[in-house]
Ligand binder design. Structure first.
Ligand SMILES: *Cc1c(COP(=O)(O)O)cnc(C)c1O
Length: 370
């Protein structure tokens, strides 16, 4: 079996063994995905991310509630966007595309750049100037994408790339590309595969609402095929300054430090409303202050470093915790790795860096409290 588009025809027979038989999500969930023998699988062995028990979060809720975090920041480019991108790029390759384009708050551009290059394609990424976290920008540049920072927000960037893909020979790989959601739904499969059933609640940050729609699709498909006996309540959380699905109206100037969800007019709006209605779920806002509290709590109490947007799922759970049923199981999705946004970490840590310390044993021991 070929694991990715090889630039040579070398085969790597030991890869599957070394990765504990994990061959990427397309290979693993092939019967559930729109791929055929003719689809060239472009993979970085994404997926199979840990579902980590979060006992400190659970302790803040009590009443026997079990909390897990789905740490999708451990994907190859550091966010869940890899799940969608392995599908979108494999299908684009199958259809003969030679170039892809996306608008991005950062993570989509990193994933598109990495997978496109692996497939031997050109990647164009359009980002809102000044609102992309440093790690994400670093990735898109180093993976060799053409990075175009425009004077506008994400919604403006998406408008432009939609027009570009209609008028020029470039394939759009934003979450309006249906293959993205197909790939992303596998995260729901992984959760059910570990828990043996769907959780009672799924808490998830929402920007363009592609991911919440993809999770719901995954839970529904597994339910239909008898892999789970229930469906979760889908709890979507938006930053208070960028919460159009809460207010019911697009927002012209979305504002939040959680740049990955700084979106005023979600591309998957209708799907998101349908998910809420069919799952008995909700959209709720969380303030930047609440996001930062959860961000620090995750790192300092659970040892899990995510980016600020990801912490919205935990901030949201804390906000509605009194309404979680006794003994329920809750999964919070952590969409991206904390290393994506080192600036936020340094700026918002409450922990002080002890600087200017002389190289002296007693002085250092003194600071250590000895
Ligand atoms: C893209 C992204 C989101 C939002 O996902 P949507 O599918 O746009 O709702 C949340 N967190 C991170 C880290 C992201 O990169």
């Amino acid at each position: 079996m070929t694991l990715s588009i090889p630039s040579t025809n070398l085969s790597y027979p030991n890869v599957a063994k070394a990765a504990n038989n994990w061959q990427g999500l397309i290979q693993t969930y092939r019967p559930y995905l729109p791929v055929s023998e003719n689809t060239p699988v472009v993979t970085l062995l994404e997926g199979n991310t840990p579902l980590i028990p979060a006992r400190a979060i659970a302790a803040k809720i009590g009443r026997g509630v079990k909390v897990y975090v789905k740490y999708d920041g451990l994907n190859p480019t550091g966010s869940f966007k890899d799940r969608g991108m392995t599908m979108a790029i494999s299908k684009a390759k199958e259809e003969g595309a030679t170039a892809v384009i996306c608008a991005s708050t950062g993570n989509t551009s990193a994933a598109a750049a990495a997978y496109a290059k692996r497939a031997g394609m050109k990647a164009f990424v359009v980002i809102p100037d000044g609102y992309v976290a440093l790690g994400k920008l670093a990735q898109a540049l180093l993976y060799g994408a053409e990075v175009i920072a425009v004077d506008g927000n994400f919604d403006d960037a998406l408008n432009i790339v939609r027009q570009l893909s209609e008028n020029y020979p470039v394939t759009l790989v934003n979450s309006v590309n249906p293959y993205r959601l197909q790939g992303q739904k596998t995260a729901a499969f992984e959760i059910v595969d570990v828990l043996g059933n769907a959780p009672d609640w799924l808490c998830i940050p929402v920007g363009n609402a592609g991911n919440i729609s993809a999770y719901w699709m995954g839970f529904c498909e597994y339910h239909t095929s008898g892999k789970s006996s229930r469906l979760p309540k889908m709890m979507g959380f938006q930053a208070a300054g960028a919460a159009p699905l809460v207010s019911g109206e697009p927002i012209a100037n979305p504002d939040t430090l959680a740049t990955a969800i700084r979106i005023g007019n979600p591309a998957n709006w209708q799907k998101a409303v349908a998910v809420k209605e069919s799952s008995g779920g909700e959209f709720n806002p969380v303030t930047d202050g609440e996001i930062l509290d959860a961000y620090r709590f995750l790192a300092s109490e659970e040892g899990v470093f995510c980016e600020p947007a990801s912490a919205a799922s935990v901030a949201g759970l804390f906000k509605v915790k009194d309404r979680v049923p006794d003994n329920a199981s809750v999964v919070c999705v952590l969409t991206g790795n904390g290393l994506k946004d080192p600036t936020s970490a340094v700026d918002h840590s409450l922990n002080e860096l002890k600087q200017g310390i002389p190289l002296n044993l007693e002085k250092v021991a003194g600071i250590m409290g000895f």
